[in-house]
Design a protein around this ligand. Structure first.
Ligand code: ATP
Length: 363
């Protein structure tokens, strides 16, 4: 039998173990039962981390240095976090995460789709709203056929189609290719708010919004109106992209949406002949940006042919190559994102969110 003293000592070791996703000690999230031959440990987290099972089991074995067989259960409960200005949340959605970039073409949509799929593989219920109205690509990347339309319930609600276990809504499901191009800003934000609120999201832990690129009026209006719990900035390491990413962070700061972190995309080039990594555009761009604004670099993705080919072929790399290095990076980013958002609860309990005061037309 494990004595109470033994158990308390072992629990203390686990409590001081560093959660690699939050960078903080796990604290009192463990439970333990045991006998002479085995220890059963369960862990209850505020974010999903099922893909970490094997590595965490190994870390626990090393940390406890106990000869008994060890089994681990990882459970999670995702809570709804505050939104900017405490805007009323969206029915069926616990947390909205906006994925943004200061400029187009840095891989925001590719990052959104792979992050959403990675989060689903960690055990979360996930949705994607493609708000990248001028270049909606989520439908294609998630493998939906051209002309896919959502079912409509009670003449009012769209039922989001599902792919790889993720609920997806896109303006591209409702319009023809040419429609939104001619729209002015207010029409775009109006239409996006409508599909956001009239979609029957089914019990989501996280809804990822693939924001339109840039930091203009459309993005600012969305950042003010959509009840967002946190945002992610995608950038490439070039100076020009970083300059635009700065504007993105400043926009979210202005409307009091926490920036959960920066993802540096196309960070290094990997030679397909010899596998050599080369930081063509330098390797400190995302880190210095993150330092400047006191946010974390959640992860760095290489410039990889597989990432491009699989996304463009409707089967993103997280699904197509689950064992690849890139998938491992997306999984790690997803867990860090979940942990950072869950950690916001503690500090935000005492935080007074202030209604944004930027002068915007009420479109
Ligand atoms: N890490 C990567 N390695 C290689 N190719 C990538 C990577 N990330 C994205 N791409 C490719 O770059 C192109 C642009 O990516 P994506 O559409 O995701 O960018 P974006 O920032 O969403 O652009 P926009 O907002 O203008 O639509 C796509 O063909 C995509 O497959």
């Amino acid at each position: 039998m494990t004595t109470n003293t033994q158990q308390t000592e072992l629990l203390a070791i686990l409590e001081s173990l560093i959660d690699e996703n939050s960078g903080q000690p796990y604290g009192s999230v463990w439970q333990m039962t045991g006998d002479e031959s085995r220890l059963h440990i369960s862990l209850n987290l505020g974010y999903p981390a099922e893909m970490e099972q094997a590595s965490l089991e190994a870390r626990i074995k090393t940390a406890l240095d106990d000869s008994r067989e060890i089994t681990l259960d990882i459970a999670h409960e995702v809570k709804s976090q505050p939104t900017q200005g405490n805007i009323t949340g969206l029915k069926g959605v616990k947390n909205i995460i906006a994925v943004a970039s200061g400029k187009g073409g840095v891989g925001k949509s590719t990052t959104t789709v792979n992050l959403a799929l990675a989060m689903a593989k960690e055990g979360a219920r996930v949705g994607i709203l493609d708000a990248d109205i001028y270049g909606p690509s989520q439908g294609m990347m998630m493998g939906f056929a051209d002309g896919t339309r959502p079912e409509v319930r009670e003449d009012k609600f769209f039922i989001p189609p599902t792919a790889y276990g993720v609920q997806v809504m896109s303006m591209a499901f409702l319009t023809t290719k040419d429609t939104p191009v001619a729209w002015r800003g207010p029409m775009v934000t109006g239409a996006l708010m409508q599909i956001l609120t009239q979609t029957d999201w089914n019990d989501l832990d996280y809804l990822f919004i693939d924001m339109p690129p840039g930091t203009g009026d459309i993005q600012l209006t969305l950042a003010q109106k959509v009840p967002v719990a946190g945002s992610v900035i995608v950038t490439t390491p070039q100076d020009i992209a970083l300059l635009d990413a700065r504007r993105g962070i400043e926009m979210f700061n202005k409307v009091k949406i926490p920036v959960l972190g920066v993802v540096e995309n196309m960070s290094t080039h990997i030679c397909s002949n010899c596998g050599h990594h080369e930081a063509i555009f330098g390797d400190e761009g995302g880190a210095s940006l993150a330092k400047e604004y006191s946010v974390n670099v959640l992860g760095k993705l290489p410039l990889s042919l597989a990432i491009r080919e699989q996304s463009d072929a409707g089967k993103p790399i997280v699904i197509d190559a689950p064992e690849s290095d890139a998938t491992g990076i997306y999984q790690s980013i997803a867990r860090k994102l979940g942990a950072t958002l869950a950690g916001n609860q503690d500090s935000s309990d005492n935080k007074q969110f202030v209604m944004p005061t930027i002068g915007m037309s009420d479109d």
